[in-house]
Design a protein around this ligand. Structure first.
Ligand SMILES: [Zn+2]
Ligand SMILES: [Zn+2]
Length: 99
């Protein structure tokens, strides 16, 4: 999987904006294991929220709420296309985006 900083090309959704999620959300989506979905509320209108799983969200809070720096390293942030981000959000929040 290759990625570029601001744009991605997704096999499912084509060229797309990118969203940043922690490794567990990306992996959980792939393996269909729910890990929770917590996103930044800095911009409530952002259609492609950057998101963390439950465990990473706890780490983030312990780290003082920062998304950058040591917390980010721990999360090993992955990029998803905006479409995949929506699928991930639905799935990790308990829905079934594939039904
Ligand atoms: Zn995580
Ligand atoms: Zn996609």
């Amino acid at each position: 999987m290759s990625s570029t900083p601001t744009r991605s090309r997704c096999d499912l959704h084509g060229p797309s904006e990118t969203a940043f999620v922690c490794q567990h959300i990306a992996r959980g989506l792939f393996h269909r294991e729910r890990v929770g979905f917590y996103w930044t509320d800095e911009d409530p209108d952002d259609p492609n929220p950057d998101a963390l799983c439950e465990a990473c969200e706890e780490c983030r809070i312990k780290a003082g709420g920062a998304w950058v720096g040591s917390a980010e390293k721990h999360q090993r942030v992955k990029t998803l296309c905006a479409g995949c981000d929506q699928v991930a959000k639905t799935f990790h929040m308990g829905g079934d985006p594939w039904s």
